[in-house]
Design a protein around this ligand. Sequence first.
Ligand code: BDP
Length: 719
Amino acid sequence: MKKNSMVLLLIISISVFAEDGYRLWLRYDKINDTKILNDYNTNIKGIFLDSESDIIKSAQTELMNGLNGLLGKKIDLQKSISQDGIVVAAKINSPLLSAIRLDEKAKSIGKEGFIITSTKLNGKKIILIAANEDAGILYGSFHFLRILQTHTSIQNLDIVSSPKIKLRLLNHWDNLDGTIERGYAGFSFWDWHRLPDYISPRYTDYARADASIGINGVSLTNVNANSYILRHEYLLKVKALADIFRRYGIKVYLTARFSSPIEIGGLKTADPLDDNVKQWWNKKAEEIFKLIPDFGGFLVKANSEGQPGPQAYGRNHADGANMLADAVKPFGGVVMWRAFVYDNNVNEDRAKQAFNEFKPLDGKFRDNVLVQVKNGAIDFQPREPFHPLFGAMPKTPLMIEFQLTQEYTGQATQLVYLAPMYKECLDSDTYTKGDGSSVSRVIDGSLDNHSLSGIAGVANTGADRNWTGHLFGQSNWFAFGRLAWNYDLSSEQIADEWIRMTFSNEKYVIEPIKKIMMDSRENCVNYMTPLGLHHLMGWDHHYGPEPWTSGKAREDWMPKYYHRADSIGLGSNRSPSGSNATSQYSKKAGDIFASLDQCPEKYLLWFHHVPWNYKMKSGSTLWNELVNHYYKGVDDERKSLATWNSLEGKIDQEEFEHVKMLMGIQVKEAVWWRNACLLYFQTFSKMPIPGNYEQPDHTLEYYKSLQFPYAPGILKTIH
Ligand code: BDP
């Protein structure tokens, strides 16, 4: 076959391929708006990269592929800037840019920020992507491509951008046997068995996706850790991944199982104050950094849900964290020590326990330790008030941990766009240093002057072709990265970008999808756990409603522990007349939550046990309001499905069908949640579901009989 006809065949076969989601938001198809395409084509003639390094090469490849695809023409790498329309990527201190004054901006963007500006060099009009370091150039290149993907004007570009938070990590809960704890998108794509010799192309695509949204760290292994990962043969596998990720500005981190010195080191103890134990970790750190000089450090879950930790030796969390911190300190590593701790044998509200354990340790951690705190005090529920530790440990850099994998928000079956949830927490005012002490200012270090800052998202990826199981899971990965870079972006803005990059720039596609996304989290709260309810899901797999369950395992894993329904009313009393968890917040925030009148109704049953006939702000009783929320959740979800159906023929058919089927299941699950919860709570309230609502089509007994022993994502070893 002649070369030309082969190319033609290739083009034809590409265009008939349905979209399977693999390309994520990095779809570089030719721009179909002629006006915009012409404008870009007039202004972009080639690219020129001033420096050479592995990261710059990644930027170059991305720019070439991106521009070739989007502009539908071959973009050449220039040897000099001899014409208008060159995209120039250069370091700010390069002699090439000596004539362009960028000093002030350079100072403000730090190590990872970038500038994109329309300017002139040697009398030629150029688009300059400039940064202090290579990583900034990579981020700037992705940003520039995003500008084109979203059909934004490239006239008079003047962008200065830098991340607000330093360490922006994904935490993978991937196990060495290929399973993923709370993973709903198939098996892990870390192919431990075939690493380090077999390098899947997926690793590079994963790194590209992360870098495109500014993620600069990846913790590879489950927080319920396996010490095996620290054995030399596994470290070689980790090194192979680190070598790829480095080209995208990403560092690798590992979870450190606290008992490793015993399990793989042959020691009798893991006591953090024991000299042999310290020695063992020092040597282990040395071994790791020898293989991976830019290794990020350790993420640790200790004395939590059965994980080993320093308390077994009468030591505290700071003793444990500091020992590891000392081991990685000489090499520039950090320790991320999780505050997700609670103990069923402690006679205290679970919501209070992390605060009680960690607050007294403020100021006791080494300067390379970050304490990683989940967004709320229980566990990634559809809605939680912010964790009381935020603002309460001013001497310690606190990281925030969000969950991308939808353990409690419909798993990979439901479309729930989580940016509004992340924003709600980040924007919350802790009032710890007066008005404006938002959670975001705690974690970016600005409130308490910390130079170290971090944010982590529990990854929702797996080996599924579309990475996240549900296509819209991709939007949560995307949103997490965008917010980690700049938490001031709005959820709408991020949704807008993602839709344009994933589906289309047509208004008739963007608007309906945006509406579906923006409504989705509130719908989920409404049909699962409205008005501050939480943890009503199946106790072990967390799939579906089971508010009735008790006695199956430890009490603090049972839904009844959280909803406290009785003949009088519903909700956990965490006010001063109850567990007094409200006292853990600053006075202002605590007083608001503690007051039945002032507590925002969205958190009402989180903080108060409220009588069934209590009069809500709307004038309805609590019971009727509850019914109303559950029904509204289902109704709005039905509307979202109808909106999606209106997109048929306007987007890729395979993607349309995929989402349509999943949204169909989502509506069914929403009805199941509503009916099961209301029928169950009705056994306490003894009040009717008003006749104007469609009545449950099954009995409570039916819902109680449903069982899901093979629901995905569960880790049998902790439960
Ligand atoms: C809970 C999960 C459990 C995790 C735990 C954690 O159910 O599987 O191990 O969080 O964050 O949400 O450590």
